[in-house]
Design a protein around this ligand. Sequence first.
Ligand SMILES: [Fe+2]
Length: 303
Amino acid sequence: MAIRTIDAVTTWGGEAVALHAGTAAEYIEGGDVLVLPNLPFETASEERSLLTASASDGHSKNISFDPATGRLDDCAFTGRERERLARMLGRFVHHAGALIDGLLPRYRPTRAPSLASYRPIEIEDRPTTVKQDDTRLHVDAFPVRPMAGGRILRVFTNINPDGAPRVWDIGEPFERVVQRFLPLVPRYSPFGAWALEWRGRTRGRRTEYDHVMLSLHDLCKLDAGYQATCDKTRVEFRAGWTWMCYTDQVSHAALAGRYVLEQTIVVPVSAMADPERAPLRVLERALNRRLGRPRRPGRVRGL
Ligand SMILES: [Fe+2]
């Protein structure tokens, strides 16, 4: 696991980006974080007023945006400001999609459209429970939308107008997380998964893969000793930088910063250049059995 930088990517798509496709796929599928320090997301002067913590209605740490409908959730803005934010996020979604299509063209036919988010609240100020506390190292897993093996690829960009960085810790490789916490994962209950779906707590049936990934997410965060002692690397993503990684594979903690845009892209394991690197396959090798057939997941909601 490493921080990899490609300085030469300066546009959100096109031939100049496609030149780096092979390198980018190797980094991303290898579990690295790819940083593009010369790829800022430009905001227009009339969008600067959107960069305020009061954009949030206080119910959630993020404002979510559904590119299919233009809907914003957990946003306090009304009227023109709300429309302006939706337009800005729509532009970011378009840019992020073009970037992924350029850098990871083999994902293009199967990548699923997903929600984007705007993160206007300073991480350090956010009250939260331990399991929701993203300042603790974790791998991403969705409690509401089962992924059934599908990958969580995320593109971030820091648009902080004051120049403050987004600060992450990057933890140990996924295989080491699995080695440490897999023996502690409680037994999967197909009935429990059915009941969660029946009660509307999940959108679709939680598979054993989802159960294990959620358990790894929780076990990492709940283990104070692990958080204090495990190997980690501090990274500062500066304002104007864009970065991406598979957050279901890269152990990460977001420590500080605000005014970050994020786009989630769901990638089927079968679309990967090397599916054996997917968490699904890593877990199956560790357990020496299949975790259910991966299927193409639906759109991601309720992250
Ligand atoms: Fe995360």
